[in-house]
Unconditional design. Structure first.
Length: 123
């Protein structure tokens, strides 16, 4: 799945000190959002949508756990039309964190043959 979050207003000076790409990006305006892949298996879909809306591969930010492109508002609308799904980034981060934590209701077992498929993926 490929998602796009809501538009936010960036303070370029805040990010420029930590992120050299922000200096360059700030020349395109102060309103941004992200286009990202929900999982490694979705990276090709992410690149397909990016190409379709006119983004260059060099704009891709390959951050571990958050591979993404930054978008301006006009590109956000194009991404939605190309198949990206609108989702608040904070909501996705919370869902991802919940998936990575083991369910306290699942009792550990020493016999892996008795684990359910869900338990095995959490270990």
């Amino acid at each position: 799945m490929v998602y796009v979050d809501e538009i936010f207003t960036m303070d370029p000076m805040l990010f420029a000190s930590r992120n050299p790409a922000a200096r360059q990006a700030s020349s395109h305006g102060r309103q941004w959002c992200h286009l990202w892949a929900a999982a490694e298996k979705d990276i090709e879909e992410l690149h397909r949508i990016a190409r379709k809306i006119g983004l260059k591969r060099i704009y891709f930010q390959e951050r571990p756990g958050f591979p993404h492109y930054d978008l301006i508002p006009r590109k956000r609308e194009m991404a939605l039309a190309a198949g990206a799904v609108a989702k608040p980034l904070k909501e996705w981060i919370k869902e991802k964190a919940n998936l990575q934590q083991p369910d306290p209701g699942l009792a550990p077992t020493s016999n892996s043959e008795h684990r359910t498929a869900e338990q095995a993926t959490l270990l």
